[in-house]
Write a protein of this length. Sequence first.
Length: 119
Amino acid sequence: MTFVHVSSGRAAALRITAAVALTVIASVARAEEPQIRIDNFTFEPQTMRVEAGTTITWRNDDDIPHAIASSTRLFKSKALDTGDTFSYTFTTPGSYEYFCSLHPHMTATIVVESKTGRK
């Protein structure tokens, strides 16, 4: 077994580097979760297909508040200011229409498929 002596300054730098690496890894993992962007009175994408068990996050990038609501009252967010997010986990296959409860002309759909890809 070989031991390497590291000065306290270098050890601190290594700890900071490791902390930064873990932060980057965590943010990449979060970035892989499906996200719907709200901007200019639209949901992007208009239709999203996911597997059952997937959590979707809506992010308001518009400069006015929006609120997400299921047409069947399955889920509803509070009013989301710019930069706010709302997440919901879809567990049952099916088609889920939703809209902005503050601006009902804004509509979109989530299609949830079973793990095997069949509805």
